[in-house]
Design a protein around this ligand. Sequence first.
Ligand code: UD1
Ligand code: CA
Length: 479
Amino acid sequence: MATRKTSIKPTHFPEPRPREVSVLVLAAGEGKRMLSRHSKVVHPLAGKPMVRYVVDAALAMGASRVLVVVGSRGEEVKAAIGAHDKRIGFCVQERPLGTGHAVLSAEKALKGAEGTLLIVNGDLPSLRAETLQGFLSTHRQSGVPLTLVTAVLSDPGSYGRIVRNYNSEVARIVEATDASSEEKQIKEINAGIYCVEIDHLFKNLKLVGANNAQGEVYLTDLVEILKKNHAKVAAYCHPEPEEVLGVNNRREHARAAKTLFLRKAAELMDAGVSILDPDGTYVDADVKVGRDTLLYPGTILEGDTIIGEGCRIGPGTRIVSSTLANGVEVLDYCVIRQARLGRGVRVGPFAHLRPETDLAEEVRIGNFVETKKSKIGRGSKANHLAYLGDSEIGAGVNVGAGTITCNYDGEKKHKTVLEDDVFIGSDSQLVAPVKVHRGAYVGAGSTITKDVPPYSLAIARGRQVVVENWVKRRKKKRR
Ligand code: UD1
Ligand code: CA
């Protein structure tokens, strides 16, 4: 039977749009407890300013907009965050009069926004996007105007304490500085992360006073005001307190850095990287490491370093903003900065590769060799005690022990060029500008000041004089 054609078109219902969420990051505080010239939130952890972690988590959880409240050191906070995503915006709290006041200073910037506002303290670098997401959906399911994240700490220290009523509902938050000795015993703390319905926020926050030990407008007092109006406040007790620990002083800064380094190490191991001692390996947040790479203890990988697959790094080696291809081996105690290392390169132990070092495949750089602004061709070797600066070295070149490019005349830098298959004998100086042409040899101990033609031998050292029996004659004279 032939199927009958139909003219009925299927109806398309519009997809339900996921409800948008704005995130407000509080970063205008003075951070006095850090005793620093800089804003607390720009202090780096694992290579990224503290506040960037919070902003990045907000972006990653799908915020439609991330508004950061900045204060007197706003410029450095803005610079630390950057403008890499157009969802990021800033507003100013003229004076640091408290977290509640910080939120109030965002009122104008948030004009027209509706629904839920997620407020996060800017000093929570360990907070993950997944946690924010889970928290937001908990809040939306509960339908209450305010939900806050809490955690239970064995040592609740300077955190605000969650005071619950006889029904175990959140009744209010009391800051440590204002808490009675009984309240101080409370182990459940306020993490500084809130989901609040905007239509409840500003009108109630304006009722908060500053009658407390610090004379500040506390955002946390919003809880008590909502409760007085018979509104419900929910709490989301986070099972992993480590993730919501604030950074207020240098000790907490170190602790958060440790958490982030360990988290990065775990991520790498889960992606097929071997780390012998995750506790003693420091990989910055933005570093990428390929599979089957092995990191020995004391390895420090910083900035936007990229390490390929099957590499071996360390122990005790530091690599900053560099790119290593697959199969590179960097032995013990090397320092590498802004360099590029091609496939199968071997470096170290004790080598120093400075900016603009560019090593082609299979290059060998051995112990106590320093390179700077030098391009070295495939398979070339400088295995011992050399300085190669401002040089262009071809493929298959052998740089003998103790070779020095004399690149600086006291005023300017000059270039040394060694073409393919050149051989430089040990303890030679190449006084730049100078060029050794293809296939030429330089005899050991030479001071080369003029270009060497292709396939020739240059020796530039004093000729050896042998005076036979000189020692015996001298001894006789002395008698
Ligand atoms: C705050 C909470 C406390 C909670 C803790 C969690 C208040 C009153 N207290 O205390 O209950 O346990 O966080 O870590 O909210 N900020 C501004 N403007 C200001 C003051 C602060 O933007 O005027 C910013 C800071 O830059 C910081 C955040 O708000 O990123 C929190 O301020 P902070 O002084 O660290 O508050 P805590 O004392 O830790
Ligand atoms: Ca804090």
